[in-house]
Unconditional design. Structure first.
Length: 205
């Protein structure tokens, strides 16, 4: 990890892990990026934030920092640990017993499945609206690839909604190839979620 200049000549520092004092900022960035999907499954914004506070693994993320403020994050899934992994008890505490059980099953059915142990899954890439277009997403992707090389992963995989053309263009520019989604289409249909596309990139040793 290190310091880089964004397209606006602002110094951005990429770090591994989220310090406790910034955890709430990470919650807000994640919520802003994925609010439609979260609210469809979990309900109100308050419920979503409550679950995120309890379920984000801050040691599974890279963060982009500018002037001591987080301006982007990349959530990773490896070593059988997800960046966002709500437990059944957490869901039942925010959703109620019956709905929590239902949401638990739907949630895990809708997530990107982990492949072999040599594969790194990019579970989330998020940059605040006001910081987009400054090269921060590209910088985070480059650092994710560096992390993959250093830890001897042979590939990176992610999923993106088919309608998110801006993100798809970014991933394609960075060398990711589109493939078929591993998700259950009936789960997406039930949740009212748009189709998703799997993208992957081989990582040279």
């Amino acid at each position: 990890m290190g310091a880089f200049q964004s397209r606006d000549n602002v110094v951005v520092d990429v770090r591994f892990g989220v310090p406790p004092q910034w955890s709430e900022h990470v919650v807000e960035i994640y919520y802003e990026a994925f609010a439609p999907q979260l609210e469809r499954l979990l309900g109100s914004g308050d419920r979503c934030r409550q679950l995120l506070r309890a379920s984000l693994a801050c040691d599974q993320a890279l963060i982009a920092v500018c002037e001591e403020s987080i301006v982007g994050l990349a959530g990773l899934h490896y070593d059988r640990r997800r960046f966002l992994a709500p437990t059944l008890s957490t869901l039942q505490s925010t959703q109620g017993w019956g709905r929590g059980l239902l949401v638990y099953g739907l949630w895990h059915s809708s997530q990107v499945a982990k492949g072999d142990r040599d594969e790194l899954v990019l579970e989330a890439l998020a940059v605040p609206q006001e910081r987009r277009g400054q090269g921060i997403g590209t910088l985070l992707l480059q650092e994710v690839e560096s992390f993959a090389q250093q830890n001897r992963f042979t590939s990176i995989r992610l999923e993106v909604t088919a309608e998110n053309r801006r993100a798809r263009v970014l991933y394609q520019r960075m060398g990711y190839q589109e493939g078929q989604s591993s998700q259950n289409p009936w789960v997406n249909y039930f949740l009212g979620l748009p189709p998703r596309i799997m993208m992957a990139k081989a990582i040279a040793p």
